[in-house]
Design a protein around this ligand. Structure first.
Ligand code: ZN
Length: 243
């Protein structure tokens, strides 16, 4: 069975559709949160994601913010502006669906969290010391996270923490995770590793292999919709260079 792994769609339908078209056949989807925020297509993204086969999804910080579950003072001004816009846009049905999501989920041998297993909605795993502390916070061999929008893999080989940062990630080549691992597939809708292409992963349980992929999408279409919606211009500009 092939599993599609996506994170941080951020209301970017063009990017999401590019990923779904590129991913081939899959019978399960693991989604690591932040379906909304920044982008112009919140309801359309929900409707697309909610119909995906075998969907398992956790809640991100932007998702929690629109539900009023967390304080938005920690958000920057532009993220707050897009939340105010989202407040008027998001349908009740989609809001209700979002409110039913968990912050942490265990699916077989995989734990799902948006930020980290220790602090699922908020914590960013950006360095080895944070990754090391989080290795003790989940019971399964694998934990998938998003939130940083930077693809990477941390693996615990005995006492050694091995890290594969976004600069070293190899595309389209299946690999195995031999040790306890924290894996970030990168962001579908707002990559921040200076590669504007959408990022995602595939897990194939037939041979226990993982594959990391990038796919280009029509950024200019999304930029036009961001500007037409009156969302902050910076949300549009950052997409073309991926920051
Ligand atoms: Zn995000």
């Amino acid at each position: 069975m092939r599993t599609l792994i996506i994170s941080d769609v951020h209301a970017n339908l063009t990017a999401l559709d590019a990923v779904l078209a590129d991913a081939g056949e899959f019978s399960r989807v693991l989604c690591l949160g932040d379906l909304v925020g920044y982008g112009p297509d919140p309801n359309q993204c929900f409707e697309r994601v909610r119909t995906l086969p075998g969907l398992q999804c956790v809640k991100g910080n932007h998702d929690a913010a629109i539900l009023g579950e967390i304080e938005t003072l920690a958000f920057n001004n532009e993220a707050r502006a897009s939340l105010a816009w989202l407040e008027t846009e998001l349908s009740l049905a989609n809001r209700n669906w979002l409110s039913g999501l968990d912050e942490l989920k265990v699916i077989g041998h995989i734990t799902l969290a948006h930020g980290s297993p220790r602090n699922p909605v908020w914590e960013y795993i950006l360095d080895v010391s944070t990754a090391r502390k989080n290795m003790r916070q989940f019971e399964t061999p694998i934990c998938l996270v998003g939130h940083t929008h930077l693809p990477c893999i941390y693996q615990m080989e005995g006492e050694h923490l091995l890290s594969t940062r976004h600069q070293q990630m190899v595309q389209d080549e299946p690999f195995r995770l031999e040790y306890k691992s924290i894996v970030n597939p990168g962001s579908v809708g707002q990559p921040r590793d200076h590669d504007p292409r959408s990022a995602y992963m595939i897990y194939d349980d037939e041979d226990d292999s993982w594959t990391y992929h990038r796919v280009a999408y029509d950024v200019s279409q999304v930029q036009e919709r961001i500007l037409a919606a009156g969302l902050p211009k910076r949300h549009a500009y950052r997409l073309e260079e991926g920051w």
